[in-house]
Design a protein around this ligand. Structure first.
Ligand SMILES: [Ca+2]
Ligand SMILES: [Ca+2]
Length: 276
């Protein structure tokens, strides 16, 4: 599935060339100059994302399996035997919705070679903002579950969240402790904002220490104080076993979703703290 703005062949060809350039830059940032010496690899790369949204706004991607078979549990290789590059690649595009908050809206995005969902901004003056990523099942991707790039890999939080870039480089939550019932955490972002915090359970955590989000286990909305801080206690709406890795995202009221938080392990429940 590929989405392009423009209706004529010329615009599609132009977009395609630009998309290739952007993705080549994205790839170079990750893999270094070796890519330039491998045209074959680059050619493969251009068409390797399950869903490509290139300068296309206000698209909705819901209820799909991307990178897996129809069961959502088995990765599917391309005819050359390689997994596709990214699950969903959004470049210089805004107001797109990947998943959603209603039942069945989420996508399964798994077993892709690199990023689960990437939001990239490569053209000055063409923003990539308000691309919401909600309620999905994102796991077993080779790199981050959600990557805001340029700035590949984990993009650190900044105090007050005043930075700009893809999805305004929305800060992610910081999880402090979790049981099988709930997770405590905090968010620092812009003052007086409302943010949807989504929590996920995972059987593994990425080598980076930051998660993907295999199974949605609940959400709540927080409002930050004048310092931009909010604390939360998110009670899980689905069963979680001790030892699972809990992660979270933050999405502001405009739909800018963060990368995934660092993982925290769900500990055994402490009956004395049941009322926490
Ligand atoms: Ca990043
Ligand atoms: Ca930020």
């Amino acid at each position: 599935m590929r989405l392009h703005e423009g209706s004529g062949e010329d615009s599609r060809v132009t977009d395609r060339k630009r998309w290739g350039e952007h993705q080549r830059d994205w790839e170079k940032e990750r893999l270094g100059p070796a890519l330039e010496k491998s045209p074959e690899r680059h050619d493969r790369f251009i068409t390797q994302s399950g869903v490509e949204i290139n300068r296309g706004n206000a698209n909705t991607v819901r209820g799909n399996v991307i990178g897996t078979d129809v069961t959502g549990t088995v990765g599917v290789a391309r005819p050359d035997g390689q997994p596709q590059f990214n699950g969903v690649a959004i470049a210089d595009s805004s107001d797109n919705q990947i998943g959603g908050v209603t039942a069945g809206a989420g996508n399964v995005i798994a077993y892709n070679r690199n990023i689960g969902v990437g939001v990239g901004n490569f053209i000055t003056g063409v923003p990539a903002i308000e691309d919401s990523i909600l309620g999905n099942s994102i796991f077993a991707n080779g790199q981050l579950g959600i990557d805001l790039a340029p700035g590949s890999g984990v993009t650190p939080n900044d105090p007050g969240d005043a930075d700009t870039g893809p999805n305004n480089l929305q800060n992610f939550p910081v999880l402090e402790k979790a049981s099988t019932k709930q997770v405590h955490g905090r968010l620092n972002s812009q003052p007086g904002g409302t943010y949807r915090i989504e929590a996920f359970a995972n059987t593994t955590c990425d080598q980076s220490g930051y998660g993907e989000g295999a199974r949605f286990i609940g959400a709540l909305t927080v409002t930050t104080n004048p310092q931009g801080d909010a604390q939360f206690k998110l009670k899980f709406s689905a069963a979680v076993s001790a030892g699972q890795f809990i992660t979270a995202t933050a999405t502001d009221a405009a739909g800018n979703t963060s990368e995934f938080s660092a993982c925290t392990v769900a500990g055994k429940d402490d009956p004395a703290a049941a009322g926490d």
